[in-house]
Design a protein around this ligand. Structure first.
Ligand code: CUA
Length: 341
């Protein structure tokens, strides 16, 4: 019996292409869900954008199929054969059909702009987000003149309510994007742009900087926590309060070290002498989802790692590395910051 050669058992080229296409398709579809996906909308604006994507992709597929079909037809017809039919196909399929399809898609896309730009109704908080090197400064001014709140790398939003977010940048251009909730918008120095966020379900979503802004652009993320209106109001009232006093000897030592090492020159901890404005406000840093703009989980060990190895974790970040501090001091600082909830 003859030995089977590899050629006999290996998949044929056509089936290999099909397999590759299926694998690619599966990989692409696997990326469609989750907390940072424009194809898994959690709000009416993201829903519109997802529908526009589907129609645009469908329209492109129809035009592509027609053009490829025409090319195949032309290759099979001998030159000079059916000149009238060929001319009709070129004008009809090459000019009229794409013009009609593209004009239809353009009108459909343009009609979507006014609802996406619709402002929030009055009565909600005014949220301002500033793109920093490389983190997000978040400022809430509650409606009705409550105390303002500043935090970093995190937004909280009430579910089912449209809220305006104003966007600024002190130096370079960033782009603010929460794909699950709406489209992206640039943060341009000297301008104050606006985008409305209207989440339709509670949960945790992830946003990212969508404009290359320097060495740690890819490490500039944030979280959006969407919760019920009462939970949101409770959270906002808590964020407006000054920091809780440190609990326990280790945290109390950390609080003293925080001031002694000059951390307060860059960071504010409301209710303490620390009132710096260069870095993130740390008044309630222990209550946040992440550290260092979505880069590390918010755990004591990661707080320590961040203080000790800032520049390794986020290249070219402004915050200096404090690797020269004794281990016990780093532990005390991490314990203090963890307790700022
Ligand atoms: Cu900020 Cu990219």
């Amino acid at each position: 019996m003859p030995r089977r050669r590899l050629r006999d058992v290996a998949p044929r080229p056509a089936s290999r292409v099909l397999w590759a296409a299926a694998l690619l398709g599966a990989a692409a579809l696997a990326g469609c869900g989750g907390i940072q996906s424009a194809l898994d909308p959690a709000g009416p604006d993201a829903q519109r954008i997802a529908e526009l994507t589907a129609w645009m992709s469908g329209g492109a597929a129809v035009v592509w199929l027609l053009v490829v079909g025409l090319a195949v037809y032309v290759l099979r017809v001998a030159p000079g054969e059916h000149p009238r039919r060929t001319a009709l196909l070129i004008i009809g399929g090459g000019a009229v059909f794409p013009t009609v399809v593209l004009a239809g898609l353009l009108a459909y896309g343009l009609a979507m702009i006014p609802p996406l730009l619709a402002p929030a109704p009055p009565g909600g908080p005014t949220i301002t987000v500033s793109g920093e090197q490389w983190w997000w400064r978040v400022h809430y001014q509650p409606a009705g003149g409550g105390a303002p709140v500043e935090l970093a790398n995190e937004l909280r939003l009430p579910v089912g309510r449209r809220v305006d977010v104003f966007l600024e940048s002190p130096d370079v251009i960033h782009a603010f994007w929460v794909p699950s909730i709406t489209g992206k918008i640039d943060m341009v120095p000297g301008r104050r742009n606006r985008i409305a966020l209207e989440p339709s379900r509670t949960g945790l979503f992830r946003g990212a900087c969508a404009e290359y802004c320097g060495a740690s652009h890819a490490l500039m993320n944030f979280y959006v926590v969407v919760e019920e209106e009462e939970d949101f109001e409770r959270w906002l009232a808590h964020q407006a309060r000054p920091a809780a006093p440190p609990q326990g000897a280790l945290a109390a030592r950390g609080a003293r070290l925080f001031l002694a090492h000059g951390c307060g020159a860059c960071h504010t901890v409301r209710g303490t002498p620390a009132d710096g404005g260069v870095g993130p406000d740390l008044t309630h840093v222990g209550s946040r989802v992440s550290l260092a703009a979505g880069v590390l989980p918010n755990e004591r060990a990661d707080l320590l790692r961040w203080i000790e190895r800032t520049g390794d974790i986020k290249p070219e970040v402004h915050m200096p590395t404090f690797s020269m501090l004794p281990r016990q001091d780093l532990q005390a600082l991490a314990a203090y910051l963890e307790g700022l909830r």
